[in-house]
Design a binder for this molecule. Structure first.
Ligand SMILES: *Cc1c(COP(=O)(O)O)cnc(C)c1O
Length: 379
């Protein structure tokens, strides 16, 4: 009996425990220590981000970004419905309204051609989600934002080490959020980062992150005691998580390269099925360099998708579908949306399937997945 193939297996880069031991020995465990600083500096230098603040999750980074946009009750933020709940919750928490816009059928990213029609006098921002680590059309989105004086927050949860026209994702909005959840490319269990590309946002971001106090100014000797100056929360990670993360960030080239070989294998092997019209593969538009976070396929209808999921499961292979669209979820409906409002999102979500993709997926395992997909779709 061949062993099962999970959907994901967290990759351990090698020095995680060594760095955790160093952090424990240094005794500076609550964050702001050598590894938390080191991770932020590494990300800033590698991608050219003005300021990175590590957070306990991408969800926390998105919440901070929404607060830094100064959203007020009734304000609107444009985003896809085909995303994780955190994108929407960040604005809903502040009494603002997520305005869901449909996605492009090729990349499943926010359709930049539908954004302007969704702008009202209450629109304050746009939150593009780089699905599967493929960039949204950021030049167009940036132009629209500038014309209408809107903030742009990239949900780059899946998009670390990907780029758009030579520029790293995470540097293209006023702010961006990365995730280091164990299901992402670079991990620390749970973790995230807020990228601040607008220097005027840094001072308030540090206060929000430090429970609404000016502790960072105090630590730099700029005030002689620290006190409550704004709203805030505990949005800094533990030094132990940062130590784990540092070991991963050091290995980012290896992590990205390995995922790319897995991705390209799937792509080459499944291309003949696409040529026969039996499935559709992800598109990477010219100028976009994907980080190969995910390999999705779209089947001819939901029935085939569900039957393929079941078949793969019976063969010990765990493939999974993805988002239940937010606009047709119970919470989304409270904002007045109907499923038919976003036809591409509704259609794609019922037909999409994600294949196992992780660092240690061997050629043999990948071949088994491909063989079963081929035999199911051609029988
Ligand atoms: C994973 C993910 C998040 C949430 O990240 P956490 O670090 O788990 O909070 C948000 N948005 C998208 C698009 C994601 O894929």
């Amino acid at each position: 009996m061949e062993s099962g193939i999970p959907f994901n297996r967290p990759f351990i880069a090698g020095r995680e425990l060594e760095y955790i031991e160093q952090a424990v020995t240094a005794g500076d465990l609550s964050g702001g220590g050598r590894f938390t600083r080191g991770c932020a500096e590494l990300l800033q230098a590698r991608f050219g981000i003005h300021k990175v603040l590590l957070t306990p999750s991408c969800t926390a980074a998105l919440e901070m970004a929404a607060m830094l946009c100064d959203l007020q009750p009734g304000d609107e933020v444009i985003m896809p419905s085909y995303t994780f709940v955190s994108t929407a919750n960040a604005v809903v928490r502040l009494g603002a309204r997520p305005v869901f816009v449909d996605i492009r059928p090729d990349t499943l990213n926010l359709d930049e051609n539908l954004i302007e029609a969704a702008i009202t006098t209450k629109t304050r921002g746009i939150c593009p989600v780089h699905y599967a680590g493929v960039a949204c059309e950021m030049d167009t989105i940036g132009k629209i934002a500038k014309k209408h004086h809107l903030m742009v927050v990239e949900d780059a949860a899946q998009a670390i080490d990907a780029s758009y026209r030579g520029r790293p994702l995470g540097t293209l909005g006023h702010m961006a959020a990365f995730s280091f959840h164990e299901t992402k490319n670079v991990i620390c269990g749970q973790g995230g980062a807020l990228c601040l590309n607008d220097p005027t946002l840094v001072e308030r971001a540090e206060i929000l992150r430090d429970r609404g106090t000016n502790r960072q100014k105090f630590l730099r000797g700029m005030v002689d005691k620290y006190t409550w100056v704004d709203v805030g929360s505990a949005y800094a990670p533990s030094e132990i998580c940062s130590a784990f993360l540092y070991a991963q960030l050091e290995m980012m080239d290896t992590i990205s390269a390995r995922r790319r070989t897995r991705y390209l294998c799937y792509q080459a092997q499944l291309a003949p099925l696409e040529a026969r019209g039996l499935l559709r593969l992800p598109a990477t538009p010219a100028g976009c360099q994907s980080n190969c976070h995910m390999f999705w396929i779209i089947l001819s209808d939901q029935h085939v998708r569900d039957a393929l999921l079941e078949y793969l499961k019976s063969q010990g292979i765990l493939a999974v579908f993805h988002y239940v669209p937010l606009h047709s979820s119970p919470m989304g409906k409270t904002f007045g949306y109907q499923p038919a409002d976003l036809p591409v999102t509704e259609d794609v979500s019922g037909r999409l399937l994600r294949l196992p993709l992780y660092h240690e997926l061997t050629n043999e395992q990948l071949q088994r997945v491909v063989d079963h997909v081929v035999s199911f779709l051609t029988r």
